[in-house]
Design a protein around this ligand. Structure first.
Ligand SMILES: [Zn+2]
Ligand SMILES: [Zn+2]
Length: 500
């Protein structure tokens, strides 16, 4: 029975999310695709290598019908067969090779039909007849033909993994083309859903890796409810541990580099590291997690609590995981109110600038203001009722609005209205790299190249709405060069991270 519509009914988003979270935990860095992730490369990279090596040995270009029975095909094949990785059960390999040698003509016909024939169903049946119903072996033979079409199989494991995903399909003792085709079709459907979910190019083999890890991903996922229990468990979090975690919580984006916390809190870097590491270690032991070896090739425990993020300035951020963030807000509601003030501070400060601009006289919109094109000094820190804040110069915001001719920089077509006391369009200044991140830069963020003119709608969307990423990508493209010249060196990924 073909399950061609089965995947369509299953919601995989939750599993994709847990997979991403798992990969981030095990690699200690963000999941941004399959090609470069440290953990996936380490654990799954061998499949790509096996394929490459096997292809090299097969030398399919040199095959033609006249070679059948000469032993040339078998020679190539035996080397490719030995590449195996752990993609099939290799026991009895000598017997298999002997069987090929003893029945050269039949064997080479079977192989020829697998690799150069045009009837997969027939080739599969012939392979079963020749090699026996060894599902993993025959799938391997097909896999090394074309990894975008075929996959290796571990029937027992994959049957179990599919069950975790809510897909009931029998694979054990089902060595037939019909069953294999269904298996491939299921993973192909998963691949398509993954591409949609991750907005990434995903290969069939990547989707195979996802399925392979799904049970582990499930096991390593800590829900908000579990975090609440853990936070209340004094054997896991000491008071000091909770205090340190709260410092991360109140940082912009619940994210900070340990060295920044050292500067801000006076607690030593080593202490912060040790505290969060020991909490992670206790949790890891409680739940029986596999050890985390990050790309520094050492055991680490902080990735149980945080996502690790490379920063443009070579610092390394720890961002509290979303489920732990939610748990913290429930257990310590007073921290939440503190954080909201910090998050909205950006908007409050902007509102003040907007008010200052709207009450000042804007004489004409014909003046043109360009960018200064070199780094400027960091602004001074001033004390406000919401805590310390960097001073903003309203003139620079006004210059930026002038430069945009008082139009929205997402699109000049966006409708605005006229200001109350002048005949000039109303738009709002927005700091593309938020001032909350001034600490990370040696030159000021309060400079025209970093200030964009937005209509009220776009401005609110960039702060509070869905689709903010698209707006940021658009503005970043327009500004990245100018920002760089003024010492604001930032990648798109780094910028998006500040808004996520
Ligand atoms: Zn803004
Ligand atoms: Zn707009």
């Amino acid at each position: 029975m073909m399950n061609s519509n089965l995947i369509g009914k299953i919601d995989l988003a939750d599993h994709f999310y847990k997979f991403k979270s798992f990969v981030e935990m095990r690699s200690g860095c963000l999941f941004d695709g399959f090609d470069n992730n440290y953990f996936l490369k380490k654990e799954e990279g061998y499949k790509y290598k096996v394929f490459k090596d096997a292809q090299k040995y097969l030398q399919l270009d040199s095959w033609d019908e006249s070679k059948i029975g000469t032993g040339c095909i078998a020679e190539c094949f035996k080397k490719a067969y030995d590449c195996k990785g752990n993609l099939f059960n290799y026991h009895g390999s000598n017997r298999t090779k002997k069987k090929i040698d003893d029945n050269l003509l039949t064997a080479e016909k079977v192989l020829y039909n697998i690799y150069l024939g045009n009837d997969d169903e027939k080739a599969f049946a012939e392979a079963v007849e020749f090699f026996g119903a060894k599902y993993d072996l025959i799938a391997y033979l097909f896999f090394i033909k074309d990894r975008d079409e075929y996959l290796p199989i571990s029937p027992k494991n994959f049957e179990r993994m599919f069950a975790v995903l809510g897909i009931n399909v029998k694979l054990q003792y089902q060595c037939s083309w019909e069953n294999y085709a269904e298996y491939l079709s299921l993973i192909r459907q998963i691949k398509e859903k993954m591409e949609e979910y991750f907005s990434l190019k995903v290969s069939l083999l990547d989707a195979h890796s996802f399925v392979r890890w799904i049970e582990e991903a499930e096991k390593h996922f800590i829900t908000k409810e579990k975090w609440i229990e853990l936070l209340k468990n004094e054997a896991v979090f000491t008071i000091e541990d909770k205090n340190i975690l709260k410092e991360f919580y109140i940082s912009p984006g619940h994210t900070a580099a340990c060295s920044e916390l050292e500067d801000r809190t006076g607690k030593s870097l080593i202490k912060i590291n040790k505290s969060m590491g020991s909490v992670g270690k206790k949790i890891s032991e409680m739940y029986g997690f596999a050890p985390i070896i990050t790309r520094v090739e050492e055991k680490r425990h902080w990735p149980i609590l945080f996502r690790g993020i490379d920063r443009d300035d070579n610092k390394f951020d720890w961002k509290i995981k979303p489920e732990l963030t939610e748990a913290l807000e429930e257990v310590f509601p007073e921290e939440k109110s503190k954080h909201i003030e910090k998050e909205t501070e950006e908007f409050i400060a902007e509102t003040e600038t907007q008010r200052e601009i709207s009450t000042s006289k804007i004489l004409s919109k014909s003046e043109f203001f360009g960018f200064i094109g070199k780094p400027r000094m960091k602004p001074e820190l001033i004390e406000t009722k919401h805590g310390k804040r960097y001073r903003r110069d309203k003139q620079r915001s006004l210059n930026a609005l002038h430069r945009a001719n008082f139009l929205c920089e997402c699109s000049a077509e966006h409708k605005t209205f006229l200001r109350k006391n002048s005949n000039i369009n109303y738009t709002e200044p927005h700091h593309l790299v938020p001032m909350a991140y001034q600490d990370r830069f040696d030159s000021t963020l309060d400079t025209e190249s970093n200030i964009v003119s937005l209509c009220s709608n776009c401005h609110n969307q960039i702060h509070y709405g869905q689709g903010y990423r698209e707006i940021i990508m658009l503005l970043y493209e327009q500004r990245k060069e100018a920002l760089k010249k003024e010492g604001i060196d930032i990648t798109l990924e780094g910028l998006l991270e500040m808004y996520d």
